[in-house]
Design a binder for this molecule. Structure first.
Ligand SMILES: CC(C)(COP(=O)(O)OP(=O)(O)OC[C@H]1O[C@@H](n2cnc3c(N)ncnc32)[C@H](O)[C@@H]1OP(=O)(O)O)[C@@H](O)C(=O)NCCC(=O)NCCS
Length: 241
């Protein structure tokens, strides 16, 4: 039988263990990416919780013939028909029915990763912009292709699946149409910000929004706007991401 001091000891042990693991992860991040980057992400993550969201807008590298990463055995990256994704809706894959219906209605495209037939990652591309929250949407003009909602299953991260998806986005659009791919990442989302800078080599500037008393107020810097990208209040009804 474990007495109360024994239980307390276990709890303290577990807390010390998780604090140790947390500190080790932070130390590794600081070693890899520098104190300033990590501190900045932490501060921006806190601000986002209080309603201030800042995103970095990036242009993609659309040059033909850029290398495709080698994937581990069992993994594939390919265009997926949006109807193919229905079995994974509502199954902890971040895909809601409303979202999928909206993407299908807009005529968006998807590049997905599969591991032995199971969906393990996806990303969407569109020529017409897409919702960001229930109040806001990204609006693009006809010079851009917007890449959004990238996701890799937690058990399959750091296997270059997102990298592979990034290489396949252009297959849906003729390279001769002159469009550039654009996306945005939350400045506190380290994994997203650090992933494959060769795919998103050009940082255009920032956009974001402030949530005040339940209302979201968007803003976009001048350079992304000049390139045809802006965050705006939603006019279309429908799907929520
Ligand atoms: C961001 C996300 C899509 C990355 O997917 P992924 O398939 O793991 O990314 P990749 O394996 O292609 O990463 C390629 C490179 O990006 C960098 N990278 C990716 N995740 C990283 C992390 N957590 N920390 C540091 N660098 C990271 C690395 O340089 C990595 O190359 P390496 O493993 O050879 O060092 C994934 O972490 C995710 O789904 N996150 C939750 C949803 C999300 O934030 N989506 C992005 C919305 S914009």
């Amino acid at each position: 039988m474990i007495n109360s001091s024994g239980r307390m000891g276990n709890r303290v042990g577990r807390a010390a263990e998780s604090a140790g693991a947390y500190l080790a992860t932070r130390k590794k991040l600081i070693q890899d990416h520098g104190f300033i980057e990590i501190a900045y992400s932490a501060i921006m993550g806190r601000l986002a919780r209080f309603g201030f969201h800042l995103f970095l807008v990036e242009l993609g590298d659309d040059s033909p013939g850029i290398a495709f990463p080698e994937l581990d055995p069992g993994y594939t990256a390919r265009a997926a028909d949006l109807e193919e994704l229905w079995p994974w809706v509502g199954k902890d894959y971040g895909l809601s029915e409303d979202f999928l219906r909206g993407a299908i209605a807009r005529g968006d495209h998807c590049v997905a990763n599969f591991f032995n037939g199971e969906l393990v990652g996806y990303g969407f591309v569109t020529k017409v912009g897409a919702p960001v929250t229930d109040q806001l949407e990204v609006v693009i003009d006809d010079r851009l292709i917007y890449r959004y909602k990238g996701w890799t299953h937690p058990d399959h991260r750091r296997k270059h699946l997102s990298h592979a998806r990034g290489r396949l986005n252009r297959q849906f659009f003729p390279l001769t149409d002159g469009r550039r791919t654009v996306d945005y990442v939350a400045v506190h989302n380290l994994a997203s910000k650090l992933k494959h800078p060769d795919i998103h080599p050009v940082r255009l500037g920032y956009c974001g929004f402030v949530r005040l008393f339940g209302c979201e107020h968007p803003f976009t810097q001048r350079v992304p706007r000049r390139f045809g990208f802006r965050l705006a209040r939603r006019h279309r009804g429908g799907d929520i991401p």
